[in-house]
Design a protein around this ligand. Sequence first.
Ligand code: FAD
Length: 290
Amino acid sequence: MDADGRLPGIILLGSEGDEQARLLAERTGCTIHHVQGDHLALYTAESYCEAFLEAVSGMLPAIVLLPHSSMGSDLAPRLAVKMGASCITGVEKAHGRSFTRSVCSGRFLSDIIPLTDSVVVTVVPGASPPYAPEACEAGTIEKIPSTRRSSRTRALGVQGPLHRDSALRDAEVIVSAGRGVGKKENMALISELASYFPRSAVGGSRPVCDLGWLDYARQIGTTGQTVGPKVYMACGISGAMQHVAGMKGAQVIIAVNTDPEASIFRVAHYCIVEDITTFIPVLLEELNKG
Ligand SMILES: Cc1cc2nc3c(=O)[nH]c(=O)nc-3n(C[C@H](O)[C@H](O)[C@H](O)COP(=O)(O)OP(=O)(O)OC[C@H]3O[C@@H](n4cnc5c(N)ncnc54)[C@H](O)[C@@H]3O)c2cc1C
């Protein structure tokens, strides 16, 4: 959106993407600025930043929205510096020029107002329902060949995960571990609990994967997998937006956490305030009786 409040436009960067441009124009009614160039086939912060600035040349966008993904988090600060704009990351809600983001693992919300005319914002995926306009006229597509090539960096390729795990996607019950599990040995409790249910799987939050307690293929959230099981049991998970975005589609959410104020309890249907090393053994004992 530009500083005069003109209608939003969407900037699409890449070497191809004609089909995506058409779909975006049809579904949103917005003008699509489709910046194309062979050097944009693979993302680098340098080339995408240059291509973006080329597309908005002569305009000062009031608000630039990027996804709060690894790519968005990499690109946003660079773009903000080049535009002389503020940069606000991990935004969940916007009211005019006030942006809300959660802090301290989602326990508090902070409202931030940029003091510059222009602001670059990264938006947490899944923080709001998908944009679904009433029947609208398709927007126009403006093709912009990108001529500026970055000379300092070049992407060599993209390596996918070594193995893809479909267990999470197919599971009806997911027992998920968070940092509150405390130590790798306690992951056995999570696996044992999961094993009581047919079509079950073990998942986890990002720190659990970062700590090497679980394979990255089992990470749930914005940078992991999105799941929609019948039952999702969050054990020692705080409920940060990035995690919740990947599991809030579960039919029933059960959360076990020692902190009664944990934000996971805002989305959970059943809230158990207890230490998992106390709760899970008791639950296993009961299940054994059955
Ligand atoms: C760009 C970006 C992408 C991200 N993508 C993801 C993602 O895909 N998935 C993801 O999960 N995170 C992601 N994150 C990280 C996310 O912001 C949080 O940091 C993370 O989800 C927190 O994980 P956690 O809940 O396991 O740990 P913490 O936030 O440390 O929470 C641990 C919880 O365990 C509780 N606890 C402690 N001990 C016990 C106990 N004995 N029994 C019961 N409860 C206990 C605590 O009260 C606390 O609530 C991303 C972050 C960024 C910036």
